[in-house]
Design a protein around this ligand. Structure first.
Ligand code: HSE
Length: 307
């Protein structure tokens, strides 16, 4: 096999109270064509075309190379063509998607030497936290807990998942910057509040009690500290709720805002989020997405003018 195509979803992590643990895959995808070649070659199209490296320091390339090393295949080079739809540094899992694309693509090319469990562990090590890479790999809603190098994870079976509305500001917020804002210690009562809400959120999704999502998406561990980095965050959350969103949270480390809504309400929620960002002087667009139940997939090469 000389070339494969991998499609990898965007992801929203934390979902409010599930810091570094909860995540969901969405039907907004990057597609990467990856092949073995005589020398490294990287072409990036669409999102990040002018920002992402087009050499072996590219994150997709580094992940593919890491997979080959783990598989004991040395002196290998890859040719990559990345068609990116996931905006960078917006809290939508673009780095997780890059890592997963490199790992899954290289694994396929090399005859699948690493199983899914191995891919999860490797992806989490490369990313540093598991809550985006796990849903990007397996799809759906997931919970993942890391201790040192080990990740324990599972998919959450969610019947008839709600729609997921993303309010995506035009400005970027690097995850490292948003993580630097977090405190070393938190109050016991805040930890208790989050523990209960994270459990409530999972139970509410599994039992489709969308009426519980308002409380279940509240957070005291990271959003209060990141709020100053996202102008309009509180106003956008309020506007989404008033327009009928069942629950609202910061998407990952931000700056995007994620809202859960029934089909009949999602369009209005999206408009309300855009208007609220605009009223705060932040250019933003809102899109309505579906949960991607499948995660990373090997797909047919798109017939869109690629070589
Ligand atoms: N759990 C991570 C954080 C997600 O909030 O920093 C980053 O996408």
């Amino acid at each position: 096999m000389t070339k494969v195509c991998v499609r990898v979803p965007a992801t929203s992590a934390n979902l409010g109270p599930g810091f570094d643990a909860l995540g969901v895959a969405l039907d907004l995808h990057n597609v990467v064509e990856i092949g073995l070649s005589e020398a490294p070659r990287v072409v990036v199209g669409s999102e990040g075309a002018h920002e992402l490296p087009s050499d072996r320091t590219n994150l997709v390339y580094r992940a593919a190379f890491a997979l080959a090393e783990v598989a004991g295949v040395h002196d290998v080079h890859f040719s990559l063509r990345c068609e990116n739809r996931i905006p960078l540094a917006r809290g939508l899992g673009s780095s997780a998607a890059a890592i997963v694309a490199g790992l899954v693509g290289a694994n396929e090319l090399l005859g699948r030497p690493v199983d899914l469990e191995g891919l999860v562990q490797l992806a989490a090590q490369l990313e540093g936290h598991p809550d985006n890479v796990v849903p990007a790999l397996v799809g759906g809603f997931t919970v993942a807990v890391a201790e040192g190098k080990q990740v324990w994870w599972t998919q959450i079976p969610v019947p008839d998942p709600p729609l997921v509305v993303l309010g995506i500001p035009e400005f970027a917020l690097p995850t490292e910057e948003a993580r630097r804002r977090l405190p070393d210690r938190v109050a016991f009562e805040d930890a208790v509040a989050n523990t209960g809400r994270a459990a409530l959120l999972v139970a509410a999704l599994v039992t489709r009690r969308l009426d519980l999502l308002g409380v279940a998406t509240e957070d005291r561990l990271h959003q209060p500290y990141r709020d100053p980095l996202v102008p309009g965050f509180a106003a956008v959350c309020r506007a989404a709720r008033e327009a009928g969103a069942a629950g609202v949270a910061l998407s990952g480390a931000g700056p995007s805002v994620v809202a859960f809504a029934e089909a009949g309400r999602a369009g209005e929620v999206a408009q309300a989020m855009e208007r609220a960002f605009d009223a705060c002087g932040v250019r933003a667009r809102a899109i309505v997405t579906h949960v991607d139940p499948a995660g990373a997939q090997i797909v047919e090469r798109p017939n869109n003018g690629w070589r």
